[in-house]
Design a protein around this ligand. Structure first.
Ligand code: 4AD
Ligand code: MG
Length: 436
């Protein structure tokens, strides 16, 4: 029999069909058998299904081949689909004929393996149902970000990855030898978007950003996918509204299309419902300090940045994200605009996820006063050379503008309820891991 001309269905399509003849292809997810029957749970990009190979039906020669199948061997098969409540997805295929496409060596991943081993074998662990579910959700999150901003009339705009200056603090820069010079991997697209908004007005991107943060935590990567937006004529409230709007849209899309995946990874989806249905909590930094003191007994001196512990305490007080605004200027980046009538705080906002997942978004209205910008850079110990192009953006018809950056893996990790951000990206990069 030739398998080349068959109309293969995905396993999901076959399950929807329910009964009848099917042709399937995929990989061995599990196998067990006796001298007469071989049970193969077949996996493809969509689902799993039990297939049974009967010696009496396929003959001795074929059955010997079936008996040698190991986990992850690839197969094509035809058979009769029936309902069977005992099978993992409620169906079974009684195999008429099969063909081994690729034999498998003994698969190195067995049950209960350590997280480090699974990271060493990430190129194979990607085949796990957990990673499959998480990365499908990730794809929906990316699509939903684009959908939201396309729908709002924003256009996608790209910045260089090799950049000559810092934007988010010199200590987390990755220097790169660039012929005779040194450049840095992008920490953000922002400063280039600030040039772009004077032409296109409303911009967004999704691109890798790099942070040389030495700390190994459950929420930091050295390379992450950064979804950013920037627009002309913004006001501080509008920036927060877009942040809330896009997070709601991403969560809504995941809830609409990934109930199965959420169940598979054990995520309690009801925890995400309020994020879509209720307004986010908005409070100033000053209010956050008050709340931390009154409700959590934490006394933070004014002027200190909120640390992970404080953010986590705050996040547990609500079932929706919190937007904290008007941070002390001293803890925030040089480009954030001073608040109206108060030079000690800036119009910057951090979005703090629920359930202790930390900062999802950092954004601000941008400083347009050149003297203030230069002073803040100098206060940070920066050399103004290299920022000329940025200063020039303010010299020809400057307008109020602003935007934010959202960490895609932070969002995926939170939506999926993951233990570590490393499982929110196919091949994570951290201070101690750069392979595979
Ligand atoms: O708060 P950050 O540093 O803000 C900026 O980079 C601005 N230039 C963005 C802008 O206004 N266009 O980073 C933005 C977001 C954070 O809120 C966080 O979600 C994520 O990027 N992020 C990281 N995600 C994973 N690993 C890291 N090391 C991250 N650092 C920041
Ligand atoms: Mg930040």
């Amino acid at each position: 029999m030739t398998f080349d001309k068959l109309a293969f269905k995905t396993i999901k399509e076959a399950l929807a069909q329910g009964t009848g003849k099917v042709a399937l292809r995929g990989w061995v997810y599990r196998e067990r058998g006796s001298s007469k029957l071989k049970f193969v749970v077949l996996r493809d990009g969509t689902d799993i299904i039990q297939c049974v190979i009967d010696r009496d039906k396929v003959g001795d020669e074929q059955f010997l081949l079936a008996d040698k199948l190991q986990i992850e061997a690839s197969l094509r098969l035809t058979g009769e689909l029936t309902k069977d409540d005992r099978a993992p997805t409620g169906h079974e295929v009684k195999v008429d004929a099969f063909e081994v496409v690729g034999w498998s060596h003994e698969f190195p991943i067995q049950q209960d393996q350590s997280p480090e081993f699974l990271l060493d074998k990430r190129h194979l662990w990607l085949r796990s149902r957990k990673m499959q579910a998480v990365l499908k959700i990730r794809a929906t999150v990316f699509k939903a970000f684009r959908e939201y901003f396309d729908g709002q009339g924003f256009i996608e705009f790209h910045s260089p990855i090799f950049q000559a200056t810092q934007c988010e603090g010199g200590s987390s820069l990755f220097p790169v030898k660039y012929f005779e010079a040194v450049t840095y991997l992008a920490q953000t697209w922002q400063m280039y978007a600030e040039a772009g908004i004077f032409s296109y007005e409303k911009l967004y991107t999704i691109a890798p950003s790099f942070r040389a943060e030495k700390s190994v935590t459950s929420r930091h990567l050295t390379e992450y996918w950064h979804a950013e937006m920037e627009y002309a004529w913004s006001d501080f409230k509008g920036i927060q509204d877009h942040g809330e709007g896009v997070i709601k849209h991403m969560v809504k899309r995941v809830l609409e299309s990934h109930q199965e995946e959420l169940a598979l990874i054990g995520r309690d989806a009801s925890k995400l419902r309020p994020v879509v249905d209720k307004p986010f909590v908005r409070m100033t930094y000053d209010d956050a300090l008050k709340l931390l003191k009154e409700k959590c007994g934490m006394d933070i001196p004014w002027g200190k940045d909120l640390r992970t512990v404080e953010e986590d305490k705050l996040s547990k007080l609500y079932d929706v994200p919190i937007i904290v605004t008007e941070y002390p200027a001293q803890v925030k980046a040089f480009y954030m605009k001073e608040a109206e009538g108060r030079s000690d705080v800036v119009q910057g906002c951090d979005f703090i996820a629920t359930e202790g997942y930390g900062e999802l978004i950092g954004g601000s209205q941008r400083e347009t006063d050149l003297d203030v910008l230069k002073k803040r850079l100098l206060d940070d110990g920066e050399d103004l050379a290299g920022y000329e192009y940025y200063f020039e953006t303010r010299m020809y018809g400057s307008v109020p503008h602003g935007g934010f950056g959202l960490g895609m893996e932070r969002v995926v990790s939170w939506i999926c309820g993951l233990d570590t951000i490393k499982d929110a990206i196919p091949f994570p990069r951290t201070p101690t891991r750069w392979t595979p």
